[in-house]
Design a protein around this ligand. Structure first.
Ligand SMILES: [Zn+2]
Length: 57
């Protein structure tokens, strides 16, 4: 049997279908990366942070 996730969403970045808890909530006034799971958002954040750090040194 395959469990059915009634509350699920497909990540627009990695294409995986994940539970809503895997998606960050939208903050007021913040440009939301709608449909991106936390993992994808985190990976791009880490990436940007690493790049900035590199550029400084
Ligand atoms: Zn994703």
């Amino acid at each position: 049997m395959t469990p059915t996730y009634t509350e699920g969403r497909t990540c627009a970045h990695c294409g995986r279908t994940l539970a809503l808890t895997a998606f960050a909530r939208r903050k007021r006034g913040e440009e939301a990366r709608q449909g991106w799971c936390r993992e994808c958002i985190n990976s791009t954040r880490r990436d940007a942070y690493a790049r900035r750090k590199e550029a400084q040194s």
